[in-house]
Design a protein around this ligand. Structure first.
Ligand code: GDP
Ligand code: IMO
Ligand code: MG
Length: 429
């Protein structure tokens, strides 16, 4: 076993940060392959909590290589702040243990401005983005007016490419959104300050990953967001602008698809979603509120309250098939303790028909009513469980049911935010 991809099967925030940190102890490399600083991955170590956005979640372990690969969009200013704040807390980050792809596209201030302007436009389409400029940065990458970190090489190139990008953006700012325009020269000055700080970290990361793979090193691929937010397979248009599915590991990290060996699918024991878009099992009542409070379901990036609901086996099954998930990491089981009767959606009902799949059309999905299986809850706190035997039998039954409904065995069960609060059922490395 040499590599494992870790992906969220729901709408993000399944606990990927905790699980990546945990598995990093035995890994050599931890690679972020898509998304940007829209991600908020929380690591809890003793009395310290770290919220990571672009820096991979293996960074706390000494002697590991962290890689931000080319599929990631990087906000240089935000990344510098993240590195500085981690360093100030004693985390060792040097060009030896953090490599950032020179092919990764930059999120620039005009991307953030555009994201915000679109989200606040009265006649626009509100997605409920994280406001980090993710969509506009991926748009520029696809339309070939983006700037890559490697472009920091030359001030002249920067100026001409920023001028090109600003031509259309300034027109939109001035005439469509009525916000101040930006000057290429001012931006280049700002960018040159970032260059000094980031240049030593830049590398051809695909070569690093391929070399590690050939040498049989242990690699973790850290997904951001979740499959239901995938730009191709999620509830479009209420999605992010990248592919959190495992196909993106190959493209984003620069590895042949056949070299991916294991896929661990993160499944929170219930569901949460931030931002707009259909959410069939959402609980808009007091119970939803209780889950939010007990599970501290507030965004690690934006602080927004997360919408909460029951586990949706229909969409998780879809994620498992899309990603080739072979095992599950079931997280936040402890949050369900004491809630009384528990439910899992096994099907959707749409226009009088039962569906065992997620309809392609987002408007159809919005009309789907969940069909639930209901069973007894577990009263006891499970946070101190370290083996299945330590769990109340109802909690064990809940886990078995998830495994049955999803059709994959659990590799681990997380019963609290801390590293130790984990029941390990399968060792990857
Ligand atoms: P990610 O985006 O998938 O990395 O998840 P987030 O870090 O955004 O959100 C998960 C939250 O749940 C964080 O605050 C974690 O510290 C916390 N967490 C992770 N696993 C568990 C667990 O098993 N139980 C509880 N109660 N909290 C957990
Ligand atoms: P992690 O990695 C939860 C959501 C936003 C919004 C949609 C589009 O922590 O699981 P974007 O800013 O990407 O254009 O927003 O995607 N979103 C996330 N929700 N967890 C995340 O990341 C998310 N990243 C983006 O709330 O609905
Ligand atoms: Mg998160």
């Amino acid at each position: 076993m040499t590599n494992v991809a870790i992906v969220g099967t729901q709408w993000g925030d399944e606990g990927k940060g905790k699980v990546v940190d945990l598995l990093s102890e035995k890994a050599d490399l931890v690679v972020r392959f898509q998304g940007g600083n829209n991600a908020g991955h929380t690591l809890v170590v003793g009395d310290q909590t770290f919220a990571l956005h672009t820096v991979p979640s293996g960074i706390l372990w000494p002697g590991k290589m962290s890689v931000v690969a080319s599929g990631v969009v990087v906000d240089p200013e935000d990344l510098i702040k993240e590195i500085m704040s981690l360093t100030a807390r004693g985390v060792v980050i040097t060009p030896d243990n953090l490599k950032i792809s020179e092919k990764a596209h930059m999120i620039l201030p005009y991307h953030r401005l555009l994201d915000a302007a679109r989200e606040s436009a009265q006649d626009g389409q509100k997605i409920g983005t994280t406001g980090r400029g993710i969509g506009p940065a991926y748009e520029d990458k696809a339309s070939r007016v983006g700037l890559r970190l490697g472009d920091l090489r030359s001030e002249e190139t920067l100026l001409s490419r920023i001028r090109l990008a600003l031509k259309e953006k300034n027109c939109l700012f001035q005439h469509l959104y009525g916000v101040p325009t930006l000057k290429a020269e001012d931006l280049v000055k700002r960018v040159m300050v970032w260059r000094e700080k980031l240049w030593p970290f830049l590398a051809n990361t695909a070569l690093i990953v391929q070399k590690a793979q050939k040498a049989g090193q242990k690699i973790l691929f850290e997904g951001a967001q979740g499959v239901q937010l995938d730009i191709d397979h999620g509830s479009y248009p209420y999605v992010t602008s990248s592919n959190p599915t495992t196909g993106a590991v190959a493209v984003g990290a620069g590895l042949a698809p056949r070299d991916l060996e294991n896929v661990l699918g993160l499944v929170k024991a219930y569901s949460s979603r931030v931002g707009e878009g259909p959410f069939p099992t959402e609980l808009t009542d007091d119970l939803g509120q209780r889950i939010r409070e007990i599970g501290h379901e507030f965004g690690a990036t934006t602080g927004r309250p997360r919408r909460c609901g029951w586990l949706d086996a229909v969409s998780v099954r879809q994620a498992v098939d899309l990603c080739g998930v072979d095992r599950l990491a079931i997280t936040k089981l402890d949050v369900l303790a004491g809630l009384g009767e528990l439910k899992i959606a096994t099907h959707y009902e749409l226009n009088g028909h039962w569906l065992d799949y997620v309809p392609a059309d987002c408007q159809d999905l919005a009309k789907c009513r969940p069909v639930y299986k209901t069973f007894p809850g577990f009263p006891a706190n499970v946070g101190s469980a370290r083996s299945l035997e330590d769990l109340p039998k109802e909690a064990r039954r809940y886990i078995e049911l998830i495994e049955e409904l999803i059709g994959r065995p659990a590799a681990l069960i997380s019963v609290g935010p801390e590293r130790e609060q984990t029941i390990i059922l399968h060792e990857y490395f």
